[in-house]
Design a protein around this ligand. Structure first.
Ligand code: ATP
Ligand code: MG
Length: 402
């Protein structure tokens, strides 16, 4: 029988006082939200753990979902029994037999013994036997009742664990890693500049990993950039919802701003001026939605527009913290992460980005001259252009689809 109960562990760092409740409540709602499309669930909190009852949900599908819920350090399918010595022995035996069967291992086959170990955690000190004592008693019971086993405390093939809490024993043989991090939402909201390229979705995912809820902004130059490139960005948002419940997307009509820059700005620093517009608009959207930071997919030196000098020139238009989670990553490292989280295949679909479209063929200034930038911007109706772009902005909501 496959267990319907899962014991969920989370890290305790930083979980003091009121933060602890905030963290736990967010984690509970994110788990429930993630599993909701699959069926009904019930979660109870134990000390430093949660117990999830997945009801009718397919355990394999539940596991796949939980692997993506930030804040979960690890989890185990468990059998729960009353904390009674005999019951624990029996349950440990069935748990080990099921694990052997699942892994198609027959102890003693061809004269080969299978190594095992028993670990016991006793959070409930009212249980009369010490952890060490109980572990060796269970170990002996298993040895007596399943032929072909041998004890190995250091590098065992099989591990049977017993966790005793609040009068109950939780018995398990599997520990599945979660993604770690903090539950999405505990750290507030950030505005993610989502381009459709490889980097920015990964930057968003990393921000989510630290508990930041993402609201995405995409700048498009319709009709110069097509409907397809908009769809692509929506698809990326859908993937991100798998990790964070919901993602709002603002599609900003950037065409007129691009044209104004093209007409008034010397080619070599067009991109810097353009990014300054993006940041100003991002800040406006953040103010409306209560976001506390801007998030980009920049990595220092990856392209000539991503120098520290350019970043400084861009940052000057905003007072908000600008998070660049990828700042120190190499392209190959970013690609690997994109593949792992499922955005890579979408990102590499061919598309026209608003940036590439209006950019000069020649080199981009890596050390922008602030005086020249400000002079160019004074030729533009910056506020009017921004108001206009915001007015034409469309907003979409994506929620976790399981
Ligand atoms: P990406 O792979 O994320 O597109 P990139 O390596 O192509 O990044 P740039 O084109 O220089 O780098 O863009 C740097 C960052 O600016 C992007 O990571 C993204 O956060 C933001 N950005 C660029 N273009 C757009 C856009 N059209 N809409 C929203 N954000 C954008
Ligand atoms: Mg790009």
């Amino acid at each position: 029988m496959v267990s319907k109960l899962l014991l969920i562990r989370y890290e305790e760092i930083g979980l003091k006082g009121r933060n602890r409740y905030k963290f736990e409540n967010k984690l509970i709602s994110n788990i429930k939200h993630g599993l909701a499309p699959l069926g009904r669930t019930k979660i109870t909190t134990l000390r430093n753990r949660m117990l999830l009852d997945i009801g009718e949900i397919d355990p394999g599908e539940a596991v796949e979902c939980l692997r993506r819920v930030f804040g979960i350090a690890s989890f185990s399918p468990v059998t729960r029994v009353e904390a009674d010595e005999k019951l624990i022995y029996e349950t440990a035996k069935t748990t080990l037999m099921e694990a052997l069967e699942r892994e198609e291992i027959t102890p003693g086959e061809n004269g080969k013994e299978i190594s095992y170990r028993v670990t016991v955690k006793r959070a409930d000190k009212s249980f009369p036997i010490s952890s060490m004592d109980l572990a060796s008693r269970i170990g002996a019971y298993l040895m007596d009742n399943i032929p072909g086993l041998k004890v190995d405390l250091h590098n065992p093939r099989m591990v049977v664990s017993v966790d005793i809490r609040q009068g109950q024993a939780y018995v398990f043989s599997e520990t599945i890693p979660g993604p770690g991090g903090l539950p999405v939402g505990v750290s507030g909201k950030g505005i993610l500049f989502l381009s459709g390229g490889i980097d920015s979705p990964v930057a968003g995912w990393l921000a989510m990993k630290r508990g930041i809820e993402i609201e995405a902004v995409h700048f498009h130059s319709f009709p110069f950039t097509g409907e397809k490139s908009k769809e692509k960005v929506k698809d990326l948002c859908r993937v991100l919802t798998n990790y964070g419940g919901q993602v709002k997307l603002h599609m900003v009509h950037f065409t007129d701003i691009q044209k104004a820059i093209h007409q008034n700005c010397p080619p070599s620093f067009r991109i810097t001026v353009m990014r300054r517009f993006m940041f100003r608009i991002g800040q406006r959207i953040a103010e409306n939605s209560g976001a506390l930071a801007l998030v980009t997919g920049e990595s220092v030196g990856q392209v000539s527009s991503q120098t520290l000098e350019n970043m400084a020139a861009i940052n000057k238009v905003t007072v908000m913290p600008v998070l660049r989670p990828l700042i120190t990553y190499d392209k190959l490292e970013i690609i690997k992460m994109a593949q792992k989280i499922g955005t890579y295949d979408i990102s590499i679909q061919p598309y026209e980005d608003c940036c590439t479209l209006f950019l000069p063929k020649g080199p981009i200034t890596i050390k922008p001259n602030m005086g020249k930038i400000l002079k160019t911007e004074s030729l533009l109706d910056v506020d009017g252009l921004i108001e206009d772009a915001l007015e034409k902005t469309e907003t979409f909501n994506f929620t976790w689809e399981g």
